[in-house]
Design a protein around this ligand. Structure first.
Ligand code: FES
Length: 160
C-alpha cells in the first residue's frame, strides 16, 4: 500500500518522538484515515507491519476510539455528544434535529457523501454543553437554530 509523500514525511518524523514504535499508533491511524477516508483492511495491515503490531492489536485500538473508523464516512462527520452534561442541556434534541435535518440516523451518511452523523460519548467540552464535533472542529452551546447554521457553514465550504 502506498501513502502520499506528505504522510511518509509525517510518519518518519513522528516515530522519532516516541520511545517505542507502537506508541505512534493512534496518530498514525488518524493521519492514514484523513488521507484514505477510512481504515481499510489494507491500511490496517500496512500500519500493523510498520509498527511491529498484529492486525488484531490495531483493530482493538480502532474499536476503542469513536473517531477511528473502518467504514467510509461523509466528508464532514457530525458527532453529537449525548453524555450527561450535554444530555441535560439538550444534546438529544440536537441529535434528533441533526437526524431530521440531514435525513440520516446514527452512523448514517447522506447520499451525496457530504455528511455523516454519529451519537458519541463525552467529547471533553462539557462546560459548553451541548457540544458537537465536526471532524476536528468543536461547536458549543448549541441550539437547533445554531446547529442549522453549523451545517450550512459546512455545506457552503463545500461549494466554494
Ligand atoms: S458530556 Fe458532552 S462534552 Fe462532555
Amino acid at each position: 500500500m502506498k501513502f502520499s509523500e506528505e504522510f511518509e514525511a509525517r510518519f518518519a518524523e513522528m516515530v522519532t518522538h516516541y520511545p517505542t514504535k507502537r506508541s505512534a499508533l493512534v496518530p498514525t491511524l488518524l493521519y492514514a484515515q484523513d488521507e484514505v477516508g477510512c481504515l481499510s483492511d489494507e491500511v490496517i495491515i500496512e500500519i500493523a507491519s510498520r509498527l511491529d503490531l498484529t492486525e488484531l492489536d490495531v483493530r482493538n485500538v480502532i474499536s476503542y476510539y469513536s473517531m477511528l473508523t473502518t467504514k467510509p464516512r461523509g466528508k464532514f462527520n457530525v458527532q453529537v455528544c449525548t453524555n450527561i452534561s450535554c444530555l441535560v442541556r439538550g444534546g438529544e434534541e440536537i441529535l434528533h434535529h441533526c437526524a431530521k435535518r440531514l435525513g440520516i440516523g446514527h452512523k448514517g451518511t447522506t447520499p451525496d457523501g457530504l455528511f455523516s452523523l454519529e451519537e458519541v460519548e463525552c467529547i471533553g467540552a462539557c462546560s459548553w454543553a451541548p457540544a458537537v464535533q465536526v471532524n476536528y472542529d468543536f461547536h458549543e452551546n448549541l441550539t437547533p437554530e445554531k446547529m442549522d447554521a453549523v451545517i450550512e457553514q459546512y455545506r457552503k465550504r463545500e461549494q466554494q
